[in-house]
Design a protein around this ligand. Structure first.
Ligand code: ATP
Ligand code: MG
Length: 393
């Protein structure tokens, strides 16, 4: 009799004929993540669920915490697999399981049973009644409540028997690897790591690009972005982080263009460069942490001006989120503490006192003409000196 886990899917249960692809992708992700922690696990799919059987000791909290970072999982239950399903043994094992799961067996409960072995001596309703009675006999602190129990105890009789009770929530979403790849513009702020997490949760692999402006931005600021990429990678899997040296481009824009348009023009060059790398890396879109109205460069007019230079779709999962909601997610996924470290960002150094809030695209394109002499060469050099850091948490 082995200890293990039962996983229930999020949405992939409704994918019709393609369902097996989603199930296989999820099994694969579960194997990859469990491969990073102590323990030997066997992962298999069966009847619209995934079972994990452990063939060694493991740290249950570590396994649950790991599975709670795998997208596509709706719920996780520790389960005991019982090879000898003869009734007397089953009663003992179910009782032992209840004892192992709850420090204080003092609550109302209801047994739920499912029997796919049609030769078993009891039907499902009979298992509920009989097992309920046996548990009441063994634990004086139990009482039955069939309408609103504190605790459900599920007993499934298949080729083997399975018992489970506690349910831990997964993050939901789709399994990684079922939706292609996108390029995240990752800054050291609060928003972009959350944006990357949200898109990856839909099954999308991500790569990332960070625009670094030494010496105006320090090595420490870059390290902070690497740290954030690692934290996002705990959910999103491997991330290839591109660090682009943006100093010369930024300085050149500063010298040649009206200062109130600086941020917008800079953002347009970030998008152009990110898109170039995205296309080379087979990405199907860009991801940013923008949200309407959050700052001058995120008014609807500014967003339109930034979007103007992109051919690929730009995914902005936070577009309608309030800052506090974004902060809540960043705290939940563990990026907040790193995001608020006080290292300067390349955008904040050159900000104008009064940036345009309603940029006119024609005017911006016009200002960019001042850059014609050197900008293509600068972009080429920036792309050529791309530093690639492979992140895999
Ligand atoms: P964040 O908290 O993600 O830094 P923000 O509120 O500071 O966002 P902006 O500085 O206007 O907003 O940036 C908007 C988006 O542009 C960011 O969410 C990010 O996707 C991208 N971005 C900004 N600066 C950089 C940078 N240095 N490198 C890569 N992407 C960046
Ligand atoms: Mg920022």
């Amino acid at each position: 009799m082995a200890q293990g886990f039962l996983l229930k899917y999020a949405e992939i249960g409704i994918k019709g004929k393609n369902r097996y692809k989603f199930e296989n992708a999820l099994c694969e992700q579960v194997r990859i993540r469990l491969g990073k922690i102590d323990g030997d696990f066997f992962v298999e799919r069966e009847n619209g669920r995934i079972y994990i059987e452990a063939s060694s000791d493991f740290d249950i909290d570590e396994v649950i915490e790991t599975l709670q970072r795998v997208s596509g999982i709706a719920a996780i239950s520790p389960v005991k697999v019982i090879d000898d399903k003869s009734w007397d043994n089953l009663v003992k094992e179910v009782g032992d399981f209840v004892e192992s799961q709850y420090d204080d067996v003092n609550f109302s409960f209801k047994v739920k049973a499912k029997r796919s072995d049609k030769h078993y001596q009891y039907t499902s309703p009979e298992i509920c009644v009989e097992m309920g009675g046996c548990l009441l006999d063994r634990f004086p602190g139990l009482s039955v409540d069939v309408h609103d129990p504190d605790v459900y105890i599920w007993v499934e009789v298949r080729d083997k028997a399975y018992v489970y009770s506690k349910v831990y929530r997964g993050i939901g979403g789709m399994p990684l690897g079922t939706a292609g790849k996108a390029m995240l513009l990752l800054s050291g702020g609060i928003d972009s790591p959350v944006a990357g997490y949200m898109i990856s949760k839909r099954g999308v692999y991500i790569d990332a690009v960070y625009f670094h402006a030494p010496p105006y931005t320090s090595e420490r600021a870059k390290q902070k972005v690497v740290d954030l990429a690692k934290l996002v990678s705990r959910y999103a899997g491997k991330i290839r982080l591109h660090v682009i040296n943006f100093t010369d481009i930024q300085m050149y824009i500063y010298e040649q263009c009206p200062h109130e348009e600086l941020t917008i023009i800079m953002r347009r060059y970030m998008m152009r460069i990110a898109e170039h790398i995205a296309k080379e890396s087979d990405c199907l879109g860009l991801i940013t942490g923008e949200s309407i109205g959050q700052v001058a460069s995120q008014t609807m007019q500014s967003l339109a001006a930034t979007n103007d230079v992109c051919e690929l779709p730009v995914y902005r999962p936070l577009i309608a989120f309030d800052k506090q909601d974004i902060v809540d997610i960043s705290q939940k996924i563990g990026t907040y503490e790193t995001s608020i470290e006080p290292y300067e960002d390349c955008c904040t150094i050159f900000v104008a006192k009064h940036p345009v809030t309603k940029p006119n695209i024609e005017a911006i394109r016009n200002s960019e003409k001042n850059l014609e002499e050197k900008i293509d060469e600068m972009v080429r050099v920036a792309l050529e000196t791309d530093e690639i850091i492979e992140i895999d948490a």
